[in-house]
Design a binder for this molecule. Sequence first.
Ligand code: ADP
Ligand code: ASP
Ligand code: MG
Length: 402
Amino acid sequence: MALIVKKFGGSSVANAERVFNVANIIIDDYKKGNDVVTVVSAQGDTTDDLIEKALEINPNGPSKREMDMLLSAGEQISCSLLAMAIESLGYPVVSLLGWQAGFQTNSTYSMARIKKVDPERINMELSKKNIVIVAGFQGLNKYDDITTLGRGGSDTSAVAIAATLKADRCQIYTDVDGVYTADPRLVSNAKKLKAITYNEMLELASLGAQVLNNRSVEMAKKYNVELEVLSSLERKEGTIVKEVTSMEKMLIRGVTKDDKVARISVIGLSDTPGVAFKLFNQLASKKINVDIILQSVGRNGTKDITFTVAMDNCTEAVATIEEMKTILNYSDIKSDLNVSKVSIVGAGMESHPGIASKMFEALFDKNINIQMIATSETKISVLIDAEDSERAVKAIHEKLIG
Ligand code: ADP
Ligand code: ASP
Ligand code: MG
């Protein structure tokens, strides 16, 4: 007998037929004598639809506290419906909201971090031989307010439960049958990976591969929870995410893109010490993460600094810099949302200088202009026009993975 944690994403529970499909997957494992705890996301596009409803009421964006109150409703619907399906098939089941399942978070509404999962209630239900269904993506803060964990956060809910309960298996079911070398919906000949390390998966997830939420991978690595990413629609082996893999000698593990980025240029800054410090210190104090940074060589006593931020942070970042106009004394600020970051991920890239040039050649072949470049031991990223991003992923994948 094993303790199995499963997670099903929105498309896996999108309608009644899919809900019953998931119910049967759960029941199959339960019938074998296993304890099963299942985390679910909101059905289909429910979360996006709820966001739209909120913007109908307040187009300027309601408070994050109220957004969390609203968005958590999506998972409340799916977890009760899934429990009803299992109940109707004659098996003992209980659905729990995040707080009932013991999810305690900090108070960063809309992007809360899990502080602790108190396993008492889940354990009690398992001891009664109940199948447990938990609403993903949500928790409770110290003010007894509902919080949510950020988009895609149900993956993290599942990993947190698996870590807390020391589960034997943590299975993330989705609408593709594993992790591929590129989004299989974009690159038809992308290769499915048998296994991938936490670090590589973390890079891929952080650079835009939404198949796993990056915080969930971070947590899986921290608590050594082995993950399996697999399809809810086809019963076949998926991809294992773990510490070490004895995989194929493949240098590049994946190509990915992130369209939700923005580029900001601050032009005509004085070419003196402390300018970058003042600029980025102020952004950091507002918790705005900066990604690729490029500073021009000083000329005639001035310089330009260009950097990227997440698209959602662009307005706030520009406003922050405008407030600093007298301190920074720049001549102009420009922002562009029409950009995309395309990246390749793989361990040991620093010792293969040819990789970067091949990536750039693939872009040159397609006449795609590179605006910015960033490299590290495990990744190379380029910033390009958003409209070129799909072509870029395909071209780079073709050249480097084939
Ligand atoms: P869920 O609703 O189950 O959480 P998501 O939509 O969040 O599912 O993630 C699954 C999607 O991730 C797939 O449909 C696929 O298009 C996309 N994806 C992006 N990059 C990759 C990749 N490298 N491997 C597999 N899927 C990927
Ligand atoms: N329903 C939430 C979202 O759409 C959480 C999740 O799917 O993991 O982001
Ligand atoms: Mg997801």
